[in-house]
Design a protein around this ligand. Structure first.
Ligand code: HEC
Ligand code: HEC
Ligand code: HEC
Length: 371
């Protein structure tokens, strides 16, 4: 008995002596090595989190996509821990940057957010990009509506035509999906070629474009467009009738037909897993970030064309981004085909635990809400 105790005592003393000895010997080299190992582990974990959750908006290499900001900049690298934590955990209100913290209805733990912060501050974006590609999670390339060259030549020949031609190009890319190719409005948005609007004058039109109309699909464009670009758009709105008089109109796009083939459904499924499953969950069953789409309630009540518009325009004031500028018609159609293909086997209603988006989720965009 006493022998055993003596042994334990001896071993304990030896252990302490060894630890202290090693500690003093290897300090601070050891601590630094340990820290570097921890950092490398955090970055490895965060790279996968980034690929799965963030690349879709911020780009495979953190370069930013369309209106979504770059994260690979010195500005972001230099942001302090608190600010980075705040934006990732709580999101930015009224932008597509959602709150990712589980406590805020998101899907990330505090430890995972910390890992992402280490990645943003110390990561190597080339490695991130390689990993995103390796996992097949590279986001789709942006598409832009083009104004045919011969039209531009015609417009430039008009007096003051250069501003009009720039305005129409910007309009085609950014505004026509909602306000119609010829500015005469659609079910989504009012006409812009109307005398009442023109009578309100350049300053007010400019303010509406820059600041948007909160709580509607009309977003503020001040971040996306330069002041000169907004001027060209104001000019276009004030001078629509000059285009009409000259018989100039953008070609009407092909009507959106919603074909569905097994190939399209497969393409839609693949795209969904890259661009949508982060929020809407595997097989669209929903997560805490966004409502289920795989249920009879939603699919039964929402025609293809409406699903198409929701995907293209997003739902402002919620985490649902507008995909219209980033996905081609064909890609959006494939998503519609995929979602429609789920209807046959969809459960009657979304599970309450998985449904329910960020803010009154699942109610759909304003034009589908019966208010
Ligand atoms: C649906 C698109 C989307 C997704 C997904 C997304 N973000 Fe963002 N993020 C944005 C937008 C838009 C902004 C700019 C918000 C604003 O205007 O202030 C932003 C801003 C940020 C910023 C602040 C950048 C700055 O310069 O201030 C950080 C950091 C950031 N996001 C990190 C992340 C991380 C990490 C993830 C993944 C967990 C993520 N984001 C996922 C859209 C997105
Ligand atoms: C996602 C759809 C959408 C897009 C894209 C869009 N708008 Fe709008 N816009 C709307 C809606 C909806 C309204 C009406 C808001 C309201 O209810 O007052 C509106 C209103 C306006 C108005 C005020 C009209 C009036 O009679 O009061 C102007 C001007 C305008 N938009 C210009 C633009 C320009 C320029 C662009 C492109 C840079 C653009 N919009 C892109 C949806 C959109
Ligand atoms: C950053 C998170 C996020 C991503 C990524 C995202 N969504 Fe959403 N989506 C939402 C939220 C939140 C809502 C609920 C909006 C509301 O409150 O009305 C929504 C709503 C929808 C709706 C309407 C559902 C309803 O019940 O009215 C459809 C359809 C939809 N999303 C399709 C998609 C598709 C397709 C993709 C991929 C291309 C996608 N979403 C990507 C967050 C997201």
């Amino acid at each position: 008995m006493t022998r055993t105790m003596a042994w334990i005592g001896f071993l304990a003393t030896l252990a302490i002596a060894l630890t202290l000895g090693l500690y003093t010997l290897l300090e601070p080299g050891r601590q630094q090595a340990a820290q570097e190992r921890l950092r490398a582990e955090a970055i490895a974990q965060a790279t996968d989190l980034y690929a799965e959750n963030c690349a879709v908006c911020h780009g495979a290499a953190g370069e930013g996509i369309g209106g979504m900001p770059a994260l690979n900049s010195d500005g972001v690298r230099g942001m302090d821990y608190e600010s980075l934590y705040r934006v990732i955990a709580f999101g930015r209100y009224n932008t597509p940057m959602a709150a990712w913290s589980a406590e805020e209805g998101g899907i990330l733990t505090g430890a995972q957010i910390d890992q992402l912060i280490v990645l943003l501050q110390y990561g190597d974006w080339e490695q991130v990009s390689a990993r995103v590609t390796e996992r097949g999670l590279a986001p789709p390339v942006a598409v832009e509506v083009e104004v045919p060259d011969d039209l531009l030549v015609q417009i430039e020949a008009l007096p003051g035509g250069e501003s009009l031609s720039r305005g129409l190009t910007l309009y085609a890319q950014n505004c026509s999906a909602c306000h119609g190719v010829d500015g005469s409005g659609t079910p989504l948005a009012p006409p812009l070629d109307n005398p009442d609007l023109q009578a309100r004058g350049a300053d007010e039109i400019r303010r509406t474009i820059e600041e948007g109309v909160p709580g509607t699909l009309m977003a503020g464009w001040a971040e996306t467009l330069s002041p000169a670009e907004v001027s060209d758009l104001v000019d276009l709105i004030l001078r629509w009738d000059e285009l009409q008089t000259a018989g100039i109109a953008l070609p009407t796009p092909e009507p959106v037909v919603m074909p569905s083939t097994p190939e399209m459904i497969a393409a839609g499924e693949q795209l969904f897993s890259v661009a949508c499953a982060t929020c809407h969950g595997v097989e669209a069953y929903g997560t805490r970030m966004a409502p289920s789409l795989n249920n009879q309630g939603f699919l039964g009540e929402t025609p293809d064309a409406a699903i198409y518009q929701i995907i293209a325009q997003g739902v402002p004031g919620t985490a649902m981004p507008a995909w219209g500028g980033r996905l081609s018609d064909e890609e959006i159609n494939s998503l519609v085909a995929y979602l429609r293909s789920l209807e046959a086997t969809a459960p009657p209603a979304a599970e309450p635990s998985t449904g329910g988006g960020m803010r009154g989720g699942g109610m759909g965009p304003p034009w589908l809400r019966g208010n």
